[in-house]
Design a protein around this ligand. Structure first.
Ligand code: HEM
Length: 510
């Protein structure tokens, strides 16, 4: 567990890539282990079964958890922070607005945004993601994220509320800049500016709501939030509309950035994808119609490219939950008690399984259970180590359980699960063909799993298919090979935001 308060924070952050830290711990202690990050005791979970336990089957025992400053900034009534009835109510409204039935009609509008975005970055060297964050007022940069932002705004407010959209975008970008800053609310700080922008955003959403009240409701997210008996209050709508922009934008933009990179790095895959889209493009040229939902259902190869991109990139490395009570989890894996004993006795950063409890089929383990509870003190001085070691000695390798104490953070490690060679052989290799066969249950969770899983997943996939259609058929691009690697901030991104240049394929034909 490392030093008191600081715990293993230094080791985590000094490794640059948090996954190196997690993989090292996993190799040493197995798929479930404990650590101590920024003052919080945490249990890391990297087995598909345990992730399912936390996110799906026993989700009610684990609440979402965010720093208070983030909750204030996004809006305390936003869906991410909720549990129980209010969360279920919000889920119904959000899922309805982003269901395949609701979004299938928006393909032409999304296509128009894609064409506008692509046109604006032709022949320019663009830093797809990071530069956009500093130069977002210049329409020639930050295109992928700008695309994702525009699609998000379309899906939330529809096409008619466009008069407010420019101001809304500017306020949102100010809010985003302050999101990861020190939460010091003094004039001049990024946090203060972000909080002011958040207030203004609330006022803009209030204007949009009253304009909408004068008209028909619409099938976008705002329409869903304002619908009849299920309608939310204005504050609830503002918190959730802003929350959805936040959830939709950087996520989709990061995956798109990775997709462009992986296609650029894998010419054979790009060729297969281009052929798939060229066939559809020929038909569209003949009929003169825009892309339709049915066309996107035929983009199977591209669908696998998107899946593999999300697996390799795993832009959300992990998520956070907090145990609302003491939770016992009966692990699927056997633990070796001789090894556990050694770890307990030496008092090193012992894995959670070093304080086993509730060991199946073994009544003799009740004393260990008690000791485990005592061992909750950060320095575990409460453990009678000799007694526990003697007890562990009496056991061979048996199925083990774990105690997750109330208040501890629990982090399902998506990236480690996606990069486990037992489920995905040669995990670092980009190979979309692996998705010709469905992955084993709970081993592939790019959109999370269970009650808080991503309600925007169909829209995200649609956006990526549409952009890929025009990118593959009309453009060539070259990624800079000089720098490769991943940066985390907090989403995984190609290093330096992937600098690249796009050129129209038909440019030299005339
Ligand atoms: C490729 C793009 C995306 C990825 C990889 C992604 C990933 C995720 C993941 C992993 C979660 C679950 C987090 C957790 O369990 O703590 C989540 C939640 C969520 N996502 Fe997405 N997302 C994407 C795009 C979108 C889009 C386009 C929207 C909306 C238009 C959206 C809206 C949401 C919302 C509202 C939640 C919170 C759900 C809840 O708490 O019940 N996401 N997303």
């Amino acid at each position: 567990m490392g030093w008191p308060y600081v715990g293993e924070t230094t080791q985590l952050y000094s490794s640059k890539n948090p996954n190196v830290f997690f993989a090292r711990k996993r190799n040493k202690y197995g798929p479930i282990f404990k650590t101590h990050i920024l003052g919080c005791p945490c249990v890391m979970v990297s087995s598909p079964e345990a992730a399912k336990f936390v996110l799906v089957t026993q989700a009610h025992l684990f609440k979402p958890t965010f720093p208070a400053s983030k909750e204030r900034m996004l809006g305390p009534q936003a869906i991410f922070f909720q549990q129980g009835d209010y969360h279920a109510h919000l889920r119904r409204l959000v899922s309805r607005a982003f269901s395949p039935e609701a979004i299938r009609g928006s393909v032409p509008a999304i296509e128009a945004i894609a064409l506008r975005s692509l046109g604006s970055w032709e022949d320019l060297q663009v830093n797809t993601f990071q530069e956009m964050k500093t130069l977002e007022t210049d329409p020639s940069v930050g295109v992928v994220a700008q695309y994702a932002l525009n699609v998000a705004l379309l899906s939330i407010f529809g096409e008619e509320e466009m008069q407010y959209i420019e101001e809304l975008k500017q306020c949102y970008l100010t809010l985003e800049k302050g999101y990861n800053s020190m939460p010091v609310n003094l004039p001049g700080t990024l946090f203060h500016k972000a909080m002011k922008a958040r207030k203004r955003l609330g006022a803009i959403v209030a204007h949009i709501i009253s304009a909408r009240r004068e008209r028909e409701r619409g099938s976008d997210l705002l329409g869903s939030f304002m619908d009849g008996r299920e309608a939310l209050t204005d504050d609830q709508i503002a918190d959730n509309a802003i929350g959805v922009i936040f959830a939709a934008r950087d996520t989709t933009a990061s995956v798109l950035t990775w997709m462009v990179k992986f296609l650029g790095d894998n010419p054979a895959v790009l060729k297969a994808v281009t052929e798939e889209h060229a066939e559809i493009a020929r038909e569209k040229a003949l009929s003169g119609e825009p892309l339709s939902w049915a066309d996107t259902r035929r983009m199977r190869m591209t669908g696998r490219v998107i899946q593999e991109t999300m697996r390799v990139a795993s832009i959300l490395s992990f998520t956070f939950r907090e145990a609302v009570e003491d939770v016992e989890y009966q692990g699927e894996t056997s633990i070796n008690f001789a090894r556990a004993r050694a770890l307990v006795v030496c008092g090193s950063a012992a894995p959670y399984c070093a304080v086993p409890l509730g060991v199946q089929q073994c009544a003799a383990c009740l004393p260990a259970h008690e000791l485990a509870r005592k061992g909750r003190a950060p320095n575990r001085t409460g453990i009678d180590q000799l007694e526990l070691a003697t007890h562990l000695d009496s056991l061979s390798s048996v199925r083990a359980g774990y105690l997750i104490p109330k208040g501890w953070k629990v982090l399902p490690l998506f990236r480690n699960i996606h990069h486990n060679p037992d489920h995905f052989p040669s995990p670092e290799k980009f190979d979309p063909s692996r998705f010709e066969v469905a992955p084993k249950p709970n081993t592939f969770m790019p959109f999370g799993n269970g009650t808080h899983s991503c309600p925007g997943n169909e829209l995200a996939k649609l956006e990526m298919l549409v952009l890929c259609h025009h990118l593959a058929t009309k453009y060539r691009w070259s990624t800079s090979k000089s720098e490769s690697g991943v940066q985390f901030g907090p989403f995984a991104l190609p290093i330096n935001g992937l600098p690249m240049t796009f050129t129209r394929k038909d440019k030299n034909k005339a």
